[in-house]
Design a protein around this ligand. Structure first.
Ligand code: SAH
Length: 353
């Protein structure tokens, strides 16, 4: 006898070893039988509400009768069912690949090696997309790219796609702009895959936070000028505590590389000025670098709100003395740059800023 249960929205409890429950959850979600939410629940913890269906995810060596009676005693009203399915063949590997700042030349040798061996590639909008079909000739290529404010494929769905393909035995390359561990949700994706029993390799990439300003010859550190740098997300407005910290940091010679900070730039600039950062502190914006609309502009903290009002994402804003090292936009800027570089080249110990 076959029974089709529609358990959408029901509270389903999966019992068994975590790797096994995660596989079964992925299978049920794929079949559309249970909501994603139910499958992503805290599988290893006791449920807070009584489940209406309990699926025992056990190997043939585990005692199904013992489990069933324990579960029936704990949840008298629940339907109890058994799933002994084994994974079909080997699972694939998920590679979280940093694809660099947007130009093919910054793909690492390891990234190209794993792409060549991939069956599925999930690409992000900041990774170089044109060349992917050459790098991964046998792969199915799926664009899951996100543009600010308009998430093309929701994160949960991306997670599920990686899991589903890997469980089907496919090697999945997840390409992300820059480095996967710099504002790239790399750790979250690693975690959900590992929780489903899938092997993951992180392939570091060249982060745009350094490489994008470098394209305009703006360094992060410079002898006798800057001995530290920090990478900041401006996705949400910076807090008072963060602004307090950054104001002290940049004033004492640190360099700030601000990512995803276009929308919140007026707030950041005002916050730093209000905390006493010099009005003539150099600021550079590096917009859509390595692409058609690439644009580099220089300003100062005091003038930034006006000068940089029309910057469009993706862009990186660098705040700090070192910005002057790349600025050749005027005679005056060139003179400032030469002075700074002469200092860096001069003999003597580095001054700690
Ligand atoms: N993991 C990435 C960063 C992701 S956050 C890395 O390590 O580079 C996305 C932000 O990166 C964008 O909003 C923008 O601030 C920056 N960015 C990435 N590529 C860029 C490019 N080619 N030009 C300008 N900014 C870029």
């Amino acid at each position: 006898m076959f029974l089709n249960l529609d358990v959408t929205g029901a509270h389903v409890l999966l019992c068994g070893a975590e790797e096994r429950t995660a596989r079964v959850a992925a299978k049920y979600v794929q079949a559309g039988s249970i909501s994603h939410c139910a499958a992503q629940g805290e599988l290893s913890h006791l449920p807070t509400a009584a489940p209406s269906l309990v699926v025992l995810c056990l190997s043939e060596h585990e005692d199904a009768a013992g489990w069933a009676s324990a579960v029936r005693a704990a949840f008298p009203g629940a339907v109890v069912t058994l799933d002994r399915s084994e994974p079909v063949g080997e699972t694939g590997t998920v590679y979280l690949i940093g694809a660099g700042p947007g130009t093919p030349g910054y793909m690492t040798a390891r990234a190209l090696e794993v792409l060549a061996d991939s069956d599925v590639v999930l690409v992000d909008h900041l990774s170089p997309t044109k060349e992917v079909s050459q790098w991964a000739p046998a792969a199915k290529i799926i664009d899951v790219g996100k543009v600010p404010g308009e998430h093309k494929v929701p994160q949960r769905q991306i997670d599920q796609m990686m899991i589903d393909y890997a469980l089907q035995g496919k090697n999945v390359a997840r390409m992300k702009g820059g480095d996967p561990y710099v504002f790239g949700r790399g750790t979250e994706e690693l975690y959900v895959c590992e929780r489903a029993g899938i092997r993951v390799e992180v392939v570091s990439g060249v982060t745009s936070s350094i490489a994008v300003p470098a394209r305009a010859k703006v360094p992060m550190t410079l002898r006798k000028v800057s001995h530290m740098f920090t990478v900041v997300s401006g996705h949400a407005e910076l807090s008072d505590a963060e602004l307090d910290h950054l104001a002290g940091f940049v004033t004492s010679g640190g360099t700030i590389s601000l990512l995803m900070g276009v929308r919140t730039l007026p707030h950041t600039v005002a916050g730093l000025l209000a905390r006493g950062v010099r009005e003539d502190m150099p600021v550079g914006t590096f917009e859509d670098v390595y692409r058609e609309n690439e644009r580099v502009r220089y300003s100062t903290l005091g003038r930034a709100s006006e000068d940089l009002a029309d910057v469009r994402p993706p862009a990186i804003t660098v705040i700090g003395e070192v910005v002057a090292a790349g600025d050749e936009s005027s005679e005056e800027a060139r003179a400032r740059r030469d002075e700074m570089l002469a200092l860096a080249l001069s003999e003597g110990r580095d001054k700690k800023a």
